[in-house]
Design a binder for this molecule. Structure first.
Ligand code: PBG
Ligand code: ZN
Length: 317
């Protein structure tokens, strides 16, 4: 179950583009976690929100940041609930990108990742240049801060090349060799993340994420990315989004032997919610069918905003 945690006290704000999903302050989040565990949920995936943003995403790796606070609080109150943390910078950078940006005067020649070069719809004036070296260091710091707070697993979602290896090394060096990494291995540059970006206020201020997320047209590149992450030490690999990428899930399930996760993302949730609210389709059978399809395609784990209702549905069957 993905959960959004924000600074403050006694806050539980519904996300307009994701009815039924909330931004929680740590205290209210813990209450939600108690309830989730009662419903049969065994793991949550935490997304943090910033109280202040800057170009280097300082709050992302602060030891007393909102995610470390939330992890400690959940582990104290509901220790058996597995806590996975999303590791990224985009909710904490002033520009909204998943890494830190190169400054105008720094050298640009190394900045392009190995992701597909060639014909793309993006115009170069909107292309942002990520400082990969600086970003990887900060992502590793973020993962470490989460592990030190007691996270059971970390989940890097930035899609920058090489981050799994860097995070693995940082964790191992500090005595967290038993904390696994679930990598967002095949994360596509998708329009289905829209509501999520509203939820954590992480919409890029300039450009888009196409220089580091995958081209939806390219299936083989996705398989190469998954293989690379496994090579670097990923324990679980993820395909994201799920529904428009069931073919990738199916191919990855056949090809690789590590557990495979699929992220049933915010836009996939929102569209069923919207149609359901208008009476254009029946919500519950629609999402049950979606989750079934993701499972049928070969996902071992599903990250879904319907987790709470799905747990209940499966229990009451
Ligand atoms: C960003 C991130 C995104 C999601 C999880 N982490 C989206 C993005 O690239 O903007 C999407 C989750 C969802 O849509 O439910 N690192
Ligand atoms: Zn990000």
């Amino acid at each position: 179950m993905p959960l959004f945690v924000r600074p403050g006290k006694q806050i539980r704000i519904q996300i307009p583009s994701m009815p039924g999903q909330f931004q929680f302050s740590v205290d209210r989040l813990v209450e939600e976690c108690v309830e989730l565990q009662d419903q049969g949920i065994r793991a949550v995936l935490l997304f943090g929100m910033a109280s202040g943003k800057d170009e280097r995403a300082t709050e992302a790796y602060a030891k007393d940041g909102v995610v470390p606070q939330a992890v400690r609080a959940i582990k104290t109150r509901v220790p058996d609930l597995a806590v996975i943390t999303d590791v990224c910078l985009c909710a904490y950078t002033s520009h909204g990108h998943c890494g830190v940006l190169k400054t105008a005067h720094s050298p640009q020649h190394t900045a392009h990742s190995k992701k597909t070069r060639g014909l793309r719809a993006s115009s170069s004036e909107h292309e942002v240049v990520i400082d990969e070296k600086a970003s990887l260091e900060l992502l590793a710091k973020t993962a470490l801060a989460h592990a030190q707070a007691g996270a059971d697993m970390v989940a890097p979602s930035d899609m920058l090349d090489g981050r799994v290896a860097v995070i693995r090394q940082a964790l191992d060096r500090s005595g967290f060799s038993r904390v696994p990494i679930m990598s967002y291995a095949a994360k596509f540059a998708s329009s289905f993340y829209g509501p999520f970006r509203d939820a954590v206020e992480s919409r890029p201020m300039v450009g888009d994420r196409r220089s580091y997320q995958l081209d939806p047209a390219n299936a083989r590149e996705a398989l190469r990315e998954i293989a690379a992450d496994i090579d670097e030490g990923a324990d679980i690999v993820m395909v994201k989004p799920a529904l428009a990428y069931l073919d990738i899930i199916a191919r990855a399930a056949e090809r690789f032997t590590v557990p495979l996760a699929a992220f049933n993302v915010s836009g996939e949730y929102a569209m069923v919610k919207a149609a359901g609210a208008r009476g254009w389709l029946l919500e519950r059978p629609a999402w049950l069918e979606m989750l079934l399809a993701i499972r049928r395609a070969g996902a071992d784990l599903i990250i879904t905003y319907w987790a709470k209702e799905a747990a209940k549905a499966l229990r009451d069957r």
